[in-house]
Design a protein around this ligand. Structure first.
Ligand SMILES: [Zn+2]
Length: 174
């Protein structure tokens, strides 16, 4: 381990490969005569700290059956197919927004600045929409009139606030 200077950001890289889970049999003909065929590398982001940037170098491997010629892949247990972020990053954002009530903007900033995860608000918004479904109110209501049964809860920046707004009031303030 090398000595860490004050405020110097350490890059922590873990390597995962599908080859660590080398398949035992061809999914097509069940032969065990299998070789690596080709691969591509992908960087996957993990939750770091203000001083540790965590990345996974993931090797997606294509295997080939020497008997029947089938080319196939496996699903790595830790890295979902096509994922750019480990599931824990998404879980963190979803819990903060939906359970802790933090705004999407705030959580995005914290991810970028405190956890060294490069992510846009749009992406975090998508995670929330996908995982939160009905629990979530749209972020930007400025162009819409409140619904008829509007209860006085508005989400201006992704947080849930109790505000007193009469219908059409927001047209006057902007
Ligand atoms: Zn085969």
């Amino acid at each position: 381990m090398k000595e860490q200077k004050e405020n110097e950001i350490e890059l922590e890289i873990r390597e995962h490969s599908d080859a660590d889970f080398f398949p035992e049999a061809c999914p097509s003909c069940k032969s065990s005569n299998i070789k690596r065929f080709t691969y591509h590398l992908r960087e996957v982001q993990d939750l770091g700290t203000p001083l540790i940037c965590r990345r996974i170098h993931y090797e997606r491997v294509y295997f080939k059956c020497n008997e029947c010629g089938e080319v196939f892949t496996i699903e790595h247990p830790l890295v979902p197919i096509n994922a750019r972020y480990v599931p824990g990053v998404i879980k963190y954002a979803v819990v903060r927004v939906l359970e802790k009530g933090d705004s999407i903007r705030r959580v995005t900033q914290d991810l970028n600045e405190l956890h060294l995860v490069k992510v846009s608000e749009t992406t975090v918004q998508r995670w929330i929409n996908e995982q939160g479904k009905k629990e979530y109110l749209p972020t930007d209501l400025s162009d819409e009139a409140p619904p008829e049964n509007f209860s006085g809860f508005l989400s201006l920046d992704g947080t849930f606030k109790s505000v007193k707004v009469k219908k059409n009031d927001h047209n006057l303030v902007h």
